[in-house]
Design a protein around this ligand. Structure first.
Ligand code: C2E
Ligand code: MG
Ligand code: MG
Length: 938
């Protein structure tokens, strides 16, 4: 019970209810109990008092009668003294002493005659035949004496001293728990008799008012309250003696004995009633407070965003209704809350990011959660191309994922959406052609779709599709949510469009669509950062059209704009895709050329820009010519910031203008000199072939095991009329840049073939000649055909001409060169991978491309015997190449030690100064002949 109560007094409401119920029952009950108990008590006391008074009166009357009886007994004894004297006679039981007193003599009838003084008053009464009572003695010796006159002997009186028990009676005859005291009602108020002790002063102080009244007193005896009532027994008339006061006393407890009985029954009844009330209260409290507690808990749950729990209270009263209402409210709040959360998240995303996909993902998730659709898709038309669209789709089988598909939009699709201002149902089974944007949902098996157009500023920019297997119903709330989410997407799309527009406006030149100064500087700063990080260099070109003002003045601004647009296109055509062209304003263009191997490469491009801009501009019916002046600044030499570099390039451009326009000028003077030198060299090189200044030298390639010369690498030399022998490392890169390498390359191939033909005719024991082919040569188609013709025209087997290519070629143009290389391989030519180890050195190249020979670069050979790393690399290259079935040649072998190590590592062939440098053809033929004769081992 206590536990039961305890459970319910835990909640405040139930505690309060419990206290209220209990108090409302307990207080009245307690009050009634107290009142009735006190009422009963006073009633009982009153009754006791009355009874006590009656007892006292009755006792007084009894005393009166006993005195009368005693007087009769005394008279009878006087008439028959013999009988009276007998033991057991009435007289003997009544009197302890009895005597007849005549004037002359006293006759003792029983015991000694009592001593009594009969006064005049007494005699008078006795003479009148009336009895007379007197009190003799004091304290314990108090005696009651009765006298009567005798009718037969008028002079005599009979006097008797009354036995106590005869007068006062026996105590055990008294009413239970009642004591009596008798005392004189007049002074000296002697106490005549007490059946039990009573306080004398209280007895004496008792005064009975009036004839029929009673006096009352209370005291405590032995800790017990005692009550007394006094009755004044009138004796004077009957016995000529003062009245006696009869006091009857009883303990209060005796009087209240009934009250105790009453209490013994009453209190358990009250307690039981209280318990019943408590039990009923708890039951009622539980019935009310239990659901109230659950409701309070649910409300707290809602406050803490728990909208999923339910009360599900099965009650048919108001509390049940309330619980039901709370459950419904919680569900609705939950829906609204998650809708608001999704909207807030979308708003946040719209503000924080331009990524539409993120917004779409949230909308898809929200729609999937809020609407019981089989599949949800969102289609957005491209801003710049409304014939194209992206459809984001959340497949029903994987709700967390989102797929994105690009597809074309038909005019019919757009027309369908343009006419739609509100959400519309579309059942594709009934339509002749399903819209393209429903392809996904249709393939997911949901042909009925609710289409909510996404409209931005009156234009449909997309559609939100909720797809169903069968026709379905959407509530107004669900439609509203679809509308709101579509609006949010529209805002996100609009915001993205606007951002793009703003970005476009602030970063691009409206006329040419090229980056403007802001974007250009930004890109330059990035390139500077990369340059600093990776120690690379790049160059800036500052291009200014010469005499552009004339174009505007003569042909008008529209024509001027045309020229600028065309100029921007021409400049763009001169550069690589990775480079940036910008229009700074007016007729000024800037170009950033990234990742240059040499600053001079910029010169070549600048020259091509000048050349392109010097060509005729077609203005409809008219033509005009402008040229351009270009200033070049290079990083890091000419500036450490975009601003500085631009300033340097601008300064250089002004120098170009000052030098007569149509020119290219480096900011740094030294570079200009170099450029001039390169230009001169380039010019000279172009005539070198015709003037027979180019020659091929041959460096032998020797078999390590046998020491036999097996091949020779053809290395080009330029006999410059002024500068003497120019190294290929000086003019080959220049020729590569200018593109002249193609002619030189062809000459080299033809020359090498002719040489081989010559030597074969002479019977020189040479298996092959290796020809270096530069990457640029592969750019132009038909290299294989050219080679085939050259080799065939000399009547050579293809195997005796090997081609050396570099790793860089495979790395940068692997796709493009794969075909030509395979063709050369098919034709029977050998392919050697030159300078192996310096580049990317991927073994996959060796597998993928038809490579027959691997040439270990000089730097590793140099390190042999000096660096453990080099040795390990050489060993690895040899082992791996052998594993793939390739021949290995070590380049640049200069020492015997290197040779010994290479031998140990089982290298196949060597090439280097240890055997011989590259030799002119005659010297090579001699060298090979002398070695064959001498059978020189290496
Ligand atoms: P490469 O193809 O790696 O040629 C080997 C270079 O190493 C040659 O320099 C050669 O003289 C040099 N050499 C050979 N043995 C030793 C040696 O023991 N010690 C040292 N220090 N050097 C040695 P060269 O002739 O100056 O050619 C340099 C580069 O120019 C060639 O490197 C090649 O890439 C290119 N080249 C030369 N001739 C031609 C050619 O006809 N066509 C093309 N496209 N490039 C060529
Ligand atoms: Mg080579
Ligand atoms: Mg090499």
């Amino acid at each position: 019970m206590i536990g039961f109560v305890g459970r319910f007094v835990r909640t405040r409401v139930s505690r309060r209810l419990f206290v209220l119920f209990v108090l409302s029952a307990f207080l009245p009950l307690a009050l009634i109990a107290v009142l009735s108990l006190s009422q009963v008590r006073s009633l009982l006391l009153e009754q006791g008092e009355q009874r006590l008074a009656a007892v006292a009166k009755t006792y007084g009357m009894t005393l009166f009668e006993r005195l009368l009886l005693a007087s009769d007994v005394a008279a009878a004894a006087a008439g028959n003294p013999a009988a009276a004297a007998g033991a057991g006679s009435m007289a003997a039981r009544t009197f302890s002493a009895l005597a007849e007193i005549a004037p002359d003599r006293t006759t003792a009838l029983i015991g000694e005659p009592p001593k009594v003084d009969l006064g005049a008053e007494a005699r008078q009464r006795l003479a009148a035949g009336q009895p007379w009572v007197a009190i003799t003695g004091e304290g314990a010796g108090v005696r009651v004496v009765i006298a009567i006159g005798l009718a037969q002997r008028p002079a005599s009186v009979v006097v008797g001293e009354l036995r106590e028990e005869a007068l006062w009676g026996l105590a055990d005859e008294f009413p239970s728990a009642t004591g009596f005291c008798v005392l004189e009602d007049e002074e000296p108020r002697r106490v005549l008799y007490c059946s039990e002790p009573m306080p004398r002063e209280i007895l004496r102080s008792l005064r009975v008012q009036g004839r029929s009244g009673f006096a009352s007193a209370q005291w405590t005896r032995d800790g017990q309250a005692t009550r007394a009532r006094a009755w004044s027994q009138f004796l004077r008339a009957g016995f000529g003696t003062p009245d006696w006061m009869v006091v009857a006393s009883q303990p209060e407890s005796h009087q209240l004995a009934r009250l105790t009985e009453f209490t013994n029954v009453y209190l358990p009844v009250v307690a039981l009633t209280l318990l019943l009330v408590a039990w009923l209260t708890v039951r009622q409290t539980r019935d009310i407070a239990g659901p109230v507690g659950l409701l309070a808990e649910r409300t707290r749950g809602i406050a803490n965003n728990d909208f999923t729990s339910r009360l599900d209270l099965e009650r048919d009263d108001e509390l049940g209704e309330l619980a039901n209402a709370v459950d419904q409210m919680s569900q609705r709040l939950g829906n609204q809350f998650s809708a608001l959360t999704a909207l807030a998240e979308i708003d946040h995303l719209i503000l924080a990011t331009q990524d539409i996909a993120q917004v779409v993902r949230i909308v898809l998730q929200r729609m999937q959660a809020a609407v019981p659709a089989q599949a949800v898709a969102i289609t957005l038309f491209d801003q710049d191309n409304p014939d194209q669209a992206r459809t984001f789709f959340q497949p029903p089988e994987a709700p967390g994922t989102m797929s994105l598909e690009r597809h074309a939009v038909t005019p019919a699709d757009r027309f369908l959406l343009q006419g739609m201002s509100e959400g519309t149902w579309l059942d594709s089974r009934a339509a002749s052609i399903a819209p393209s944007f429903l392809a996904n949902v249709l393939s997911a098996g949901a042909p009925a779709a609710y289409l909510q157009p996404i409209v931005w500023r009156g234009v449909a920019c997309g559609v939100l599709s909720l797809a169903y297997r069968d026709a379905a119903q959407l509530t107004e709330g669900e439609k509203q949510e679809a509308r709101e989410l579509a609006d949010r997407i529209a805002v996100a799309v609009g915001s993205q469009w606007r951002d793009e527009q703003l970005y476009q406006q602030s970063h691009f030149d409206p006329l040419t669509g090229m980056p403007n100064r802001l974007l250009f500087k930004d890109r330059v700063e990035r390139e500077i950062a990369r340059g600093q990080r990776e120690s690379t260099s790049f160059a800036l070109l500052f291009v200014d059209l010469d005499h552009f003002k004339h174009v505007n003045d003569s042909f008008g601004h529209t024509a001027g704009d045309k020229v600028l647009l065309e100029a921007s296109r021409r400049v763009s055509r001169c550069i690589r895709d990775s480079d940036t062209v910008a229009r700074l304003g007016g007729d000024e263009f800037t170009v950033m050329l990234g990742r240059l191997n040499h600053p001079q490469e910029a010169w070549v491009i600048a020259e091509s820009v000048v050349a392109a801009l010097s060509e005729e501009f077609n203005l409809g019916e008219q033509q005009c010519f402008v040229s351009a002046s270009v200033g070049i600044a290079s990083f890091p030499a000419d500036g450490g910031s975009a601003e500085e570099l631009l300033k340097s390039a601008d300064t250089a451009m002004y120098r170009a203008k000052a030098a007569g326009r149509g020119q290219v000028v480096f900011f740094e003077e030294k570079m200009n000199r170099e450029a001039v030198a390169r230009v001169t060299l380039d010019r000279d090189l172009r005539v070198a072939i015709d003037r027979n200044e180019l020659v091929l030298h041959y460096q032998p390639q020797v078999d390590v095991a046998s020491g036999r010369i097996r091949g020779a690498e053809a290395l080009v030399r330029w006999n410059h009329p002024k500068h003497g022998l120019v190294s290929p490392s000086r003019f080959i890169p220049l020729a590569e840049e200018s593109g002249f390498i193609e002619q030189i390359g062809r000459w080299i191939i033809e020359r090498a073939c002719a040489q081989m033909k010559e030597w074969r005719a002479l019977g020189l024991p040479l298996e092959r000649i290796s020809v270096n082919v530069s990457p640029r040569q592969f750019r132009r188609r038909g290299l294989e055909d050219f080679i085939r013709r050259a080799v065939e025209s000399c009547g050579l087997p293809a195997a005796c001409i090997e081609f050396e290519i570099t790793e860089g070629l495979l790395l940068e143009r692997g796709e493009a060169v794969e075909g030509p290389l395979l063709e050369l391989d098919r034709m029977g030519h050998r392919i050697a991978l030159d300078d192996f180890g310096t580049g990317f050195s991927s073994m996959t190249y060796l597998q993928r491309f038809p490579v027959h020979t691997v040439k270990i670069d000089r730097v590793f050979v140099e390190g042999l015997g000096r660096s453990a790393d080099s040795q390990a690399i050489v060993a690895a290259i040899i082992a791996m190449s052998h594993a793939l079935g390739k021949l290995v040649i070590a380049e640049g072998v200069e020492t015997d030690e290197q040779l010994a190590l290479l031998k140990k590592l089982r290298c196949d062939e060597i090439q280097g100064f240890l055997v011989s440098p590259a030799l002119p053809p005659e010297a090579f033929a001699q060298f090979i002949g002398s070695r064959v004769e001498a059978a020189t081992p290496i």
